[in-house]
Write a protein that binds this ligand. Structure first.
Ligand code: DIG
Ligand code: MN
Ligand code: MN
Length: 405
């Protein structure tokens, strides 16, 4: 039987060129390792067991490349992907590095900058489609403010909407079957970034001209930076049919965007995210938007990539163990035993149901006194994640059975 912890193409693990290509620069230090050439990155990711590789336009094609240089670079990259068996599931535009975007791209106060951002994105969309991308991500890293007097936030919403509507219409006109995924972040590099959380984007999508083409790309680090529960954000996106992509990494709340190896900061939170993705039937890429520590050399970068995928697969195995753990399943059955009580009265309003409901009496004190056994449930899940579950569960289950006699 195949090792469940060895990545397979069916796991759909993908990485951006910028992840393993990260040279270790930070605001306080120069690069510590050479920037990985895209072709080297493809080779490293294939060796690590990845299925896909993603890119910003300028991760592959320098912003000042000629059309001829662009075509050669793309040709070589496509050949490398073919040679190493990698696909390109997602593409995106770099609308944040070049100084022209210092005050935003689609929300810039300068109409010329907004026009250039649209032109750059149309070209980057063409590149993504040429490479086979099915999802196009928009991360508005520079769409924000330091000085709120400089920009009316309502204008920002309108300008961003006009840009997304324009680009949806471009894709329709071109016959591209591309889906857009909007990625939120609360701050950094701007003091405040518009549309700071996945929830903001889920609301924003309802205002678009082509909402059916647009979903979200939640990132663990960004929801954690906002002090939010990532798997709750993802659950709401799934509930709305809007989880079009996901950026997996990790993050200690209250810090700058750390883009840590998946599961390295909060394995319990990562577990519930993996359990949700796997049990919800999400079929999209499991994309790691993260990078190795600045302390690492090329071997360390390869270890980072392997670690992201291995931790995901370990947590996927833990979710299976949880489904097969009789004590946990018995607890969940008891916890949910009243889930469907009175459903016929409360599921959907009718005059008659409301009348009957109005005539009912409830044992408010009795309902309030019931213990919910969440301490035991969480202890069992903690033991499962700490790998002691198989031994301790038998002891505790039999102990409780004795206790109940
Ligand atoms: C940062 O979290 C952003 C950019 O790296 C990119 O635009 C997007 C793609 O996952 N994530
Ligand atoms: Mn990030
Ligand atoms: Mn991201």
């Amino acid at each position: 039987m195949a090792d469940p912890l060895t990545p397979k193409p069916t796991d759909r693990f993908s990485f951006g060129l910028w992840t393993v290509g990260n040279p270790g620069r930070d605001p306080f230090g120069e690069p510590v390792r050479p920037r990985l050439d895209p072709l080297e990155a493809v080779e490293m990711l294939a060796e690590a067991g990845a299925w896909g590789v993603n890119l910003h336009d300028n991760d592959l094609v320098p912003i000042d490349a000629t059309a001829r240089e662009r075509d050669r670079i793309v040709k070589d990259f496509r050949q490398a992907c073919r040679d190493h068996g990698l696909v390109v599931p997602m593409a995106t535009t770099n609308l944040f590095t070049d100084p022209i975007f210092k005050d935003g791209a689609f929300t810039s106060n300068d109409g010329r900058v907004r026009a250039y951002a649209l032109q750059k994105t149309m070209r980057a969309i063409d590149l993504g489609v040429e490479l086979g991308a099915k999802v196009y991500v928009f991360w508005g890293g520079r769409e924000g403010t330091e000085v709120d007097a400089s920009k009316d936030a309502r204008d920002a919403c309108r300008r961003f909407r006009e840009a997304i509507d324009y680009l949806c219409a471009y894709c329709i006109d071109q016959g591209y079957s591309l889906r857009f995924a909007l990625e939120a972040k609360p701050n950094e590099p701007r003091a405040d970034i518009f549309f700071p959380t996945t929830g903001h984007y889920l609301a924003f999508i309802t205002t678009l001209a082509h909402p059916e083409m647009v979903g979200v790309n939640p990132e663990v680090a960004h929801e954690h930076m906002a002090g939010l529960n990532m798997h709750h954000a993802v659950a709401q996106a799934i509930d709305m049919g809007k989880l079009f992509h996901i950026d997996l990494n990790d993050q200690v709340p209250g810090r700058y965007d750390q883009d840590l190896r998946f599961g390295s900061a909060n394995p319990k939170a990562a577990f519930f995210l993996v359990r949700l993705l796997e049990e919800s039937g999400y079929e999209g890429p499991r994309h790691f938007d993260a990078h190795a520590y600045r302390t690492e050399d090329r071997d360390g970068v390869a270890e980072f990539a392997r670690g992201c995928m291995r931790t995901y697969l370990i947590l996927k195995e833990k979710a299976r163990e949880m489904r097969e753990d009789s004590e946990i399943q018995d607890l969940l059955a008891r916890i949910h035993r009243h889930q469907r009580d009175l459903e016929d009265l409360t599921r959907q309003y009718t005059k008659d149901r409301a009348r009957k409901l109005g005539e009912m009496s409830f044992d408010r004190k009795g309902l309030a006194e019931a213990g919910l056994e969440y301490e035991r449930l969480d202890q069992c899940v903690t033991e499962l994640l700490l790998g002691v579950r198989s031994k301790s569960s038998k002891a505790s289950a039999s102990g409780r059975a004795r206790g109940r006699r």
